[in-house]
Structure formats: C-alpha cells, structure tokens
Design a protein around this ligand. Structure first.
Ligand SMILES: C[S@@+](CC[C@H](N)C(=O)[O-])C[C@H]1O[C@@H](n2cnc3c(N)ncnc32)[C@H](O)[C@@H]1O
Length: 219
C-alpha cells in the first residue's frame, strides 16, 4: 500500500483505497484488504468522481485528517464514506441530500460512522441549514443540477472558512444539454477564477463522461 500525494488515499496495483476507520465495514460491497493490521476499503473510481479525479492525477484535494466537510449531494453515502475515512475519527462529514429516498440508506450508513451526519436539505438554500452545520474546511458538491455553479458559490460564501477548499464536480449535461461540455467547463473556470484561486482541474472522462472536477481555494 502506497499513499497517493499525502491524500490519505492509498494505491495498490492501480486500485485506490482509504484506511477504514471502522472494522468490518463494507456497506457498498466494496473490497476490503487487510495490510499491516489495518483494513483498507477499495474506492471505485468509476463510481466516485473524487476518485476518478485522483486516478486522473489530481495534485491536491485539500482534505486533511480532522477536517470538517460539508458534502452537498451525498446520495446513499458512497463517496462520503471514503471522505469519512480520510478525515478520520477527529473529523466530521455533514452529508446533505434533498431526496428522502436516498436519506433512508444514508442514515443507516451514518449510524455506523460517528463522523458522518445526515442532513435532509436543499443545497440551493444554504441559509436553511446555517444552524445545523459547522463552518467547514472543505465544501464538496456533486448535485448534477442546472444551477450547480451558483449553488456552489452560495455555499462557499456562507459555509466555508477563509483558506478552505471547495471541490466541485460539474456535470455539463445538467447545466445545458444543447451546449458542448468543453464550453461549459471553460465558462465555469472563468466564473470560479473571478472569486477563488483554482488549484486544480480535471476532466473525468473516460470514468465519468462530460464531467469536470474543480478544486478551488477561498481567499
Ligand atoms: C450524482 S448523485 C451524488 C453521488 C455521491 N456524491 C457519491 O459520489 O456517492 C447526486 C445527488 O445530488 C442530490 N441533489 C441534487 N440536487 C440537490 C439539491 N438541490 N440539494 C440537495 N441534494 C441534491 C440528488 O438527490 C442525488 O442524490
């Protein structure tokens, strides 16, 4: 097991893993490898945009042990569960989704992980969960909606600490299905650059078609 860029993400034979903070935990059917007394869970980069970006050579995630993460669009908790390993027991991941159907599964995952907190809320209305989340070190967004970029900026402004990192997964087809994805990626880059330092950017094909991943730093 070899650590990738001090990300607390590990690599073995081209596959990516996190060191599990919970023994015998593989709720998504993921492979668990035992190595030097620890359990490592395999993160599928064809299922997680964060790990697709890492597979594509991402230089920085900004996510550190002990961090507070606000995760918008947590769905059933697949990627959030790996972020929960990365921040470790001293960190916390607020897992927000607006779909009651996915929330049921998410709550079951969160019950097994003390550092994951489920939140049923709409990411386009950041003021509605102001009293329920702590100021974050990391904002992660994966919501595949038309107003993805506007929602990201609103949450960056309200919920992220100065100096914190924002990780945006952008699905071009959700913004506008009639336009070329590259055009939407470029436009998003310009909008983000007006406010933040863009520290990395990856297009996620072939793992996620028409998706891009931005890492920005709040000043
Ligand atoms: C692509 S899935 C997220 C997958 C997840 N990030 C992962 O990697 O495991 C997108 C999720 O965003 C949620 N979503 C979309 N719009 C939202 C909004 N405005 N507020 C909260 N959640 C939203 C959907 O319900 C869906 O579960």
């Amino acid at each position: 097991m070899e650590e990738v860029n001090k990300f607390r993400v590990y690599k073995q034979r081209g596959r990516l893993y996190t060191k599990s903070i919970t023994k015998n935990f593989s709720p998504f059917g993921e492979k668990v490898v035992r190595y030097k007394g620890n359990e490592y869970r395999e993160a599928n980069y064809e299922r997680s945009k964060l790990f697709a970006a890492i597979k594509k050579g991402l230089s920085q995630t900004g996510i550190k042990e002990g961090h507070k993460v606000l995760y918008l669009g947590s769905s059933h908790g697949y990627t959030p569960s790996f972020v929960s390993d990365i921040v470790g027991k001293g960190g916390v991941v607020f897992c927000l989704d607006f779909a009651p159907t996915v929330m049921r599964d998410l709550v079951i995952i969160c019950e097994k992980r003390e550092n994951m907190i489920p939140l049923l809320a709409d990411a386009t209305k950041p003021e509605t969960y102001k009293d329920k989340v702590l100021k974050s070190d990391i904002l992660y967004q994966d919501i595949a909606q038309r107003e993805q970029v506007e929602t990201f900026i609103k949450n960056m402004e309200m919920h992220l600490k100065p100096g914190g990192f924002g990780l945006l997964t952008l699905k071009a087809r959700s913004v506008d299905v009639t336009r070329k994805p590259k055009e939407i990626f470029n436009e998003t880059m310009s909008v983000l650059k007006e406010r933040y330092a863009v520290v990395d950017y990856r297009e996620l094909d072939p793992y996620e078609k028409d998706h891009a991943f931005f890492v920005v730093k709040k000043k």
